[in-house]
Design a binder for this molecule. Sequence first.
Ligand SMILES: C[S@@+](CC[C@H](N)C(=O)[O-])C[C@H]1O[C@@H](n2cnc3c(N)ncnc32)[C@H](O)[C@@H]1O
Length: 296
Amino acid sequence: MTTMPDKTIAEHVRDRYAAAARAVQAGSGCCDTGCCTPLQQDGVTRDLYGADQTKTLPAEAVLASLGCGNPTALIDLQEGQTVLDLGSGGGIDVLLSAQRVGPTGFVYGLDMTDEMLALAQQNKEKAGVRNVAFLKGRIEDIPLPAGSVDVVISNCVINLAADKSLVLRDAFRVLKPGGHFAVADVVTDGPVPDALRQSMEAWVGCIAGALDVDEYMQLLKDAGFDSASVDITRRYRIADAGIDTATLPSGWEAADGKIAGAFIRATKPITTSSAVEETALAVTSDGCGCSSSCCR
Ligand SMILES: C[S@@+](CC[C@H](N)C(=O)[O-])C[C@H]1O[C@@H](n2cnc3c(N)ncnc32)[C@H](O)[C@@H]1O
């Protein structure tokens, strides 16, 4: 957990990704906050999808790809499943998942940034898919009922949240018993300088908020998940992440090689202890089994 206030983090994150969505809409490749990654992909976002996948998608969905992995290639989605993508951005993983679950399945994309939601909606219409809905909300307070989702995916988003334990507990709540959590995220593998952890530029660039591998495992366990694993897929140098290193505190170089892309998997047990269920429901405001936003 960070000492930076949650509101400030969420606002900075929203500004950053609103600008990224506008850059894709404008086709400019650069945006007013200095993030130039959507159309000029960096060492984190580059080459995550095969041409066989991207050729089936609207160009803007591919250009808006800001992930650090490809969850749809790493989880075996089945026809008829319900999938939830936490922080769906321009919708690339939602659209790919929709192909896999077919017309009898359904995919929700959840994002808090209006500009990203507008871009995703546009991409959905261009792709002509019906089994998809984009929802506005925070991944800490998912607007879906308990036990309603077979698979939770996400791509480079959980590191951006101020309180990861809230996110993991609410993901656990919305999963059906036996459901799968399968996300790509940035993690740290070894100590990272405190000054870098406090840098908002590094936070919105998916570095400063990254959980350490062991802490990720512990938080998954604390949320009630079984069979948790964190597999590192790529190691990064800070400069790979498209961050202007001139804006970072001195000593940032010590983090080179300790930042990594990872695939994180876990399963919600078929039967959960009553203590875990109570904790999951306590995440909601009224304990109705639905997040506070969907019970209103
Ligand atoms: C790095 S981008 C990744 C987008 C997408 N998953 C992809 O692979 O292209 C992060 C996205 O997560 C959204 N996001 C970040 N924090 C969030 C939160 N706490 N709740 C909901 N959405 C969030 C941002 O608005 C942005 O669209």
